[in-house]
Design a protein around this ligand. Structure first.
Ligand code: UD1
Ligand code: MG
Length: 451
């Protein structure tokens, strides 16, 4: 049976107090909506429909960047969760299969949980995901009768007795597409909030003699985000889970709670991560590497045996081949470093390629930007760039070439050549002590002047 995902994301999210639609706020550097899409992705949905309203264009752009096959439909006015699912009707008109409804602000539903719902569908027309709430608050309550779910009552409409129920509605539902829309057709908005409640399909299905079941999941999976505080809590949940996963996969995190990961961080076995390391989006680190304390990485690849940091910054487009060493206070952007290259101290390498085993001395700068355009620096293999060399791009340094410390290199250096590009030194014998005397005299005069 094929499955379609419908993700509700039209709400404003007033409590976020933001110009940005709620579902675009990020957890681990990806919009929470993308996390919700990821939960459903392992089911290989035949279709994914996002229902957007507030910030429609931005939501559409974010969805399309993540999955060009997903469709984004407009719910211009938010008249309730059933009204939202109804907005996806046209996009599913010719769809024959099951529909899973997810919320875009509930990013942690586990794929295994959705698989359990799919497995529970069988004879059931509708399957609802519930959870035992420690504090049921204002969640909709699941009214069970044996193994049948009889109805869902929203808190606002519940009796005192129903409010004592702790088995609550997560919002996730599964139903056959045709049945779902037939049930939605019967929903009316005569309730405390004058909304079309999707939850009403349960009572309607039961009244028709259809079978409805509830699958339970851990409360943590149903964590919904409504405020910045929730967002921070969700970030913490994600980070804790991701760190544990990495450790289980054989990565050493010396002080896990200080390491920040992104939704797509990949780190290989036996790599060691020291404290206070930040992984922005798009980072892959192979096995047996070592990322030292206080390093900041994004959009980069570190190969086996690489050592990065402490205090290194790898920016997008950085590709480090095996056994490359990047030391403290080194920034690298859009550059490929071949095997065994070393950039150990206080250096900026941008828009460059550096050959194998080349050593870049302390304080080297690739002057890649002329104020208007970016230019490339190419350095061969086994080269030696002396400390404090300015490489004014575009420039090419040959294999086994050398630059003298303090050089400002503006023209290409051939293979095996030594480039000296600095003022010649002059020594004046005995002039140091004379200079001191002169300066002391000057200071005395100045001090007197002040009195
Ligand atoms: C809903 C459930 C409630 C459940 C709770 C779990 C209903 C009627 N109630 O209540 O039983 O316990 O979630 O968190 O379904 N949305 C739209 N368009 C709309 C309305 C909502 O896209 O017209 C989206 C929202 O952006 C949000 C989601 O649907 O992502 C849920 O809506 P929300 O208003 O938060 O529903 P709750 O009142 O929390
Ligand atoms: Mg809600």
């Amino acid at each position: 049976m094929s499955t379609a995902l419908v993700i509700l994301a039209a709400g404003k999210g007033t409590r976020m107090n933001s110009e940005m639609p709620k579902v675009l706020h990020q957890i681990a550097n990806a919009p929470m909506l993308i996390h919700a899409m990821q939960s459903g992705a392992p089911l290989s949905p035949a279709r994914t429909v996002i229902v957007a309203g507030h910030g429609f264009d931005d939501v559409k752009a974010a969805v399309e960047a993540h999955d060009p096959d997903a469709s984004v439909v407009l719910q211009a006015e938010q008249k309730g969760t059933a009204h939202a699912v109804d907005a996806a009707r046209a996009a599913l008109a010719d769809f024959d299969g099951d529909v899973i409804v997810l919320f875009g602000d509930t990013p942690f539903v586990q794929p295994e949980t959705l698989e359990r719902m799919v497995a529970a569908r069988g004879e059931n027309a509708v399957v609802v995901l519930g959870f035992d709430a420690t504090d049921p608050g204002k969640y909709g309550r699941l009214v069970m009768h044996g193994d049948q779910l009889e109805s869902i009552v929203e808190y606002a409409d519940a009796t005192d007795e129903q409010r004592t129920i702790t088995f609550c509605n997560s919002g996730v539902m599964l139903a056959d597409c045709k049945t779902l829309y037939a049930l939605i057709d019967e929903i009316e908005a005569n309730n405390a909030q004058d909304e079309y409640y999707l939850t009403d399909i349960v009572g309607i299905a039961r009244a028709r003699g259809l079978s409805v079941s509830a699958v339970a999941c851990d409360e943590a999976e149903t964590l919904g985000i409504n405020s910045r505080l929730h967002l921070a809590q969700a970030e913490a949940v994600f980070q804790t889970r991701a760190r544990i996963e990495l450790m289980e996969m054989g990565v050493t995190l010396q002080q896990p709670e200080t390491v920040m990961l992104s939704f797509d961080t990949v780190i290989g076995r036996d790599t060691v991560i020291e404290p206070n390391v930040y992984f922005g989006p798009g980072v892959t680190v192979e096995s047996g590497a070592h990322i030292r304390a206080f390093s900041h990485l994004e959009g980069c690849h570190v190969s086996r045996g690489g050592v990065v940091g402490p205090y290194a910054r790898l920016r997008p487009g950085t590709e480090l081949a095996e056994d490359v060493r990047i030391g403290n206070f080194v920034e690298i952007k859009n550059a490929v470093l071949d095997e065994g290259a070393k950039v150990n101290h206080l250096t900026y390498i941008g828009d460059a390629s550096i050959g194998a085993e080349t050593n870049i001395g302390a304080g080297t700068i690739t002057c890649n930007y002329d104020g208007v355009m970016k230019h490339k620096t190419t350095i061969g293999r086994n080269a030696f760039i002396g400390s404090n060399t300015m490489l004014v791009a575009p420039v090419t340094i040959g294999d086994k070439a050398m630059t003298a410390s303090g050089s400002v290199i503006t023209t290409n250096v051939p293979d095996d050549a030594l480039a000296l590009a600095r003022a010649k030194q002059v020594n004046k014998p005995g002039l140091a002590s004379k200079m001191f005397e002169l300066l002391k005299l000057k200071k005395k005069k100045r001090d007197k002047g002040v009195e």
